[in-house]
Design a protein around this ligand. Structure first.
Ligand code: 5GP
Ligand code: MG
Length: 177
């Protein structure tokens, strides 16, 4: 196996800051802004972004969570049909401006399922997608509005996203089996 570091901890932090600024650029009318993270690491990323956004805006930004079934989260044994197993959306979805947050975007099937789950709660005025890494190989017409890093990966490669809150350090690492 070969491994290559894609983002160091400093680059990781700067990438999140840049993404937060991109969000603020598009959301100067930020009253109904809300984040929804996809478990697991999407939630930690969304929480980091939330802190950056709240500092800038001086207002609270609500954070929701979606749990994708475990098989899908352990993406090495991915099912082809990700399902949302648990939802925690503690804000009114009607007329909200939601930013979905996930660590890695791949086929797009997880995001499709996440959108379906969100739309069960109401009618947002807009939903956007933020991912730390877009690794390509889309199977659905889904794209991210905010991308930390685009990587042309082969299907045999995998990306490890390490996050302080879970892994004791921030990093993105590419591994080829
Ligand atoms: P998709 O549904 O787009 O095929 O896959 C995206 C979901 O699977 C995300 O929730 C993501 O966490 C996970 N995933 C897919 N590929 C990778 C990968 O290379 N590394 C990591 N860490 N997660 C991945
Ligand atoms: Mg995931």
């Amino acid at each position: 196996t070969k491994t290559r570091q894609i983002l160091s901890d400093g680059e990781f932090a700067r990438t999140l800051e840049r993404l937060a600024f991109e969000i603020l650029e598009r959301h100067d009318q930020s009253r109904r802004l809300a984040l929804v993270g996809i478990q697991r690491r999407g939630v930690e990323l969304a929480d980091r972004l939330r802190r950056l956004l709240e500092n800038r805006l001086g207002q609270e930004v609500p954070l929701g969570k979606l749990d994708i079934n475990l098989y899908r989260d352990d993406w090495t044994t991915m099912e082809s049909q990700p399902r949302i197993s648990r939802t925690d959306i503690p804000f009114p979805v009607d007329d909200s401006q939601i930013i979905l947050v996930d660590d890695v975007l791949y086929t797009g099937r997880t995001i499709r399922a996440a959108l379906e789950a969100i739309l069960d709660f109401g009618r947002p005025s807009r939903v956007e997608l933020l991912v730390l890494v877009d690794r390509g190989h889309r199977e659905l017409p889904i794209h991210a509005d905010y991308v930390g890093k685009r990587l042309d990966t082969s299907k045999r490669e995998r990306i490890d996203v390490l996050i302080q809150e879970r892994d004791e350090r921030d990093a993105v690492v590419l591994t080829e089996e």
